[in-house]
Design a protein around this ligand. Structure first.
Ligand code: NAD
Length: 270
């Protein structure tokens, strides 16, 4: 049987996740990296990381999109917005995308929504199987425990270079808890506590960010009852798990109808 090969564009090849995606793609049977896009100052570094003569490494996203069937994006809100706009507007048809950038601006969210009208797009704050299972577990726990008035909190720990806080994954877990309780997350979220904040409000969901060292990512959903507590924890020890999930999503998304998908769709768990 002949496998159909697909050309992959990697955004941010000089970054931690971009490099991990290139590594994961090198072992994939149907995807091969044909283009990479980075900031002008970093494009040379990205070319060095790729080390292949036939890969186009450029800061020109529109030009690079002409050399791919799908792109994977772990960069910044600004770059993600630019890429989504260019992918939607491509002359030869919109480009399917896998987007893992977190801390997105409203403008980036709108650009992704516009791309999803004309191409299939997988968006996930976390591409690991374990975290996606945790989202389901947290939602179920929240639904079951809500009737007994249990408090829920989320903590996350990341390396000292991470820019956005709380992490996109912590927010996804908090939203899963709110969904399990049929709450509007915006009404119950509590991202900071400082000073005389008074007793904890019933139903609120606290989210706390810790930063230090080289921690790849740790997330815990806490459920506090009277005299008992449940902690659901996921610890990532290597970013390979995110890169492999993103590569799996890239192979899955090509040929799907336009729309926004998440990792549960890719894993067949939705
Ligand atoms: P990083 O800083 O190591 O890499 C970012 C890359 O993006 C660099 O190559 C940088 O040059 C490039 N970039 C930034 N702005 C750009 C622009 N305007 N144009 C072109 N390229 C640009 O960061 P990282 O640790 O690799 O994380 C990147 C993003 O992925 C973050 O938002 C992070 O939170 C997210 N992330 C998501 C997951 C997930 O599973 N969804 C996992 C890990 C990290």
């Amino acid at each position: 049987m002949t496998l159909t090969r697909h050309r992959l564009l990697v955004m941010g090849p000089s970054g931690r996740m971009g490099a991990a995606v290139i590594e994961a793609a090198s072992e994939h049977p149907t995807l091969h990296v044909t283009a990479a896009v980075d900031r002008e100052s970093a494009a040379g570094v990205g070319a060095f990381a790729l080390g292949a003569a036939d890969v186009i490494v450029t800061s020109d996203i529109a030009a690079a999109l002409d050399h791919c069937d799908v792109y994977v994006d772990f960069t910044s809100a600004e770059a993600t917005e630019q890429a989504a706009r260019a992918a939607a507007a491509r002359r030869h048809g919109a480009v399917p995308a896998v987007i893992g950038t977190t801390g997105l601006t409203q403008a980036a969210v709108i650009a992704i929504a516009d791309l999803a009208k004309v191409a299939p797009v997988v968006v996930a704050a976390n591409f690991s199987l374990g975290v996606n299972l945790l989202l389901g577990l947290a939602r179920t726990a929240a639904r079951v425990l809500d009737a007994s008035g249990w408090d829920a909190e989320v903590t996350e720990i990341h390396h000292n270079k991470k820019r956005d806080a709380p992490s996109g994954t912590a927010l996804a877990i908090a939203r899963a808890i709110a969904a399990g309780r049929a709450q509007d997350y915006e009404q119950v979220k509590r991202h900071t506590r400082d000073g005389d904040v008074g007793p904890r409000l019933p139903g609120e969901i606290g989210v706390t960010a810790v930063r230090g060292g080289d921690v790849v990512g740790e997330h815990t959903a806490y459920f506090f009852g009277a005299s008992e507590r449940i902690e659901l924890t996921h610890r990532a020890t290597n970013r390979t798990i995110f890169a492999q999930g993103a590569i799996r999503a890239a192979a899955w998304v090509v040929g799907k109808p336009p729309g926004r998908y998440d990792m549960l769709d890719v894993l067949g768990l939705s």
